[in-house]
Ligand binder design. Sequence first.
Ligand code: C5P
Length: 284
Amino acid sequence: MSVTVAAPAKINLALGVGPLREDGFHALATVYQALSLEDTVTLARDKRSSISVEGRGVDVTGVPRDATNLAWRAAALLGVGSLRIAIDKRIPVAGGLAGGSADAAAVLVGCNALARRPLPQGVLLARAAELGSDVPFAVVGGTALGEGRGQVVTPVPSATFWWVVVPADGGLSTPEVYREYDRLVPEPATPAVGPDLLAALANGDAVALAPLLHNDLQQAALSLRPDLADVITRGEAAGALRGVVSGSGPTTVFLCADEASASAVARALDGVVAHSVEHGARVV
Ligand code: C5P
């Protein structure tokens, strides 16, 4: 028996980064949004564990094919026995779109679907948090506040928004971007998400949302990858309401007024049109 799970990419509409905590993570106040750009993960019980990775228009050479892959670790954490995991990747790798977390969430959701006695959602989310700060969001999806180190997820209402996702050559290491942030901002304030942003989301008001998009890691990502500033300038010149670095980068994302505008921006930047979705990892 096999199960196929689709797992959306995530972007951060706001990413406030606070002080370094004692556990080595930073306090976050973020708003996550899941996008229609998805990886597909197929799981089947097998005699021995294995993992295969195919790229659909993305470079997957850096993705581990062994027990160090977060998707494999998700299966091991649930103790479900040996599993064949096949990942079809459309989400750029090491791009700030939480593709690895999406695949891990897909394995959690898929194993739960295969299980005779599925875990309750609360237990599944606790397992997800053990795997990574944004894995719980990848399970829940939609649009949500993220607090703690990002793992405490509270869904918030959002209309549909149109985005263009622009992958960049090479990836950025998340820990390295956080280290650069620590260097640039030695004494960060406690982060919070403002009510204006939540109102713009609920109202579907892209024009109001655009100036409220905010990423504390952007300065650090641009410091490591100065070429991204030019991509943002070009996207906004092509008609995007606003361009920002996604998470720790180097992918940039562009908020657009509607699908037609997103198509024009995607053509100008060789990007991918996507819209927000209301789900997380889900069986298809
Ligand atoms: O939780 P996750 O494994 O995705 O985190 C990857 C790395 O990103 C951490 O090891 C840490 O360096 C950094 N990070 C952080 N604060 C967070 C989330 C991630 O410093 N809240």
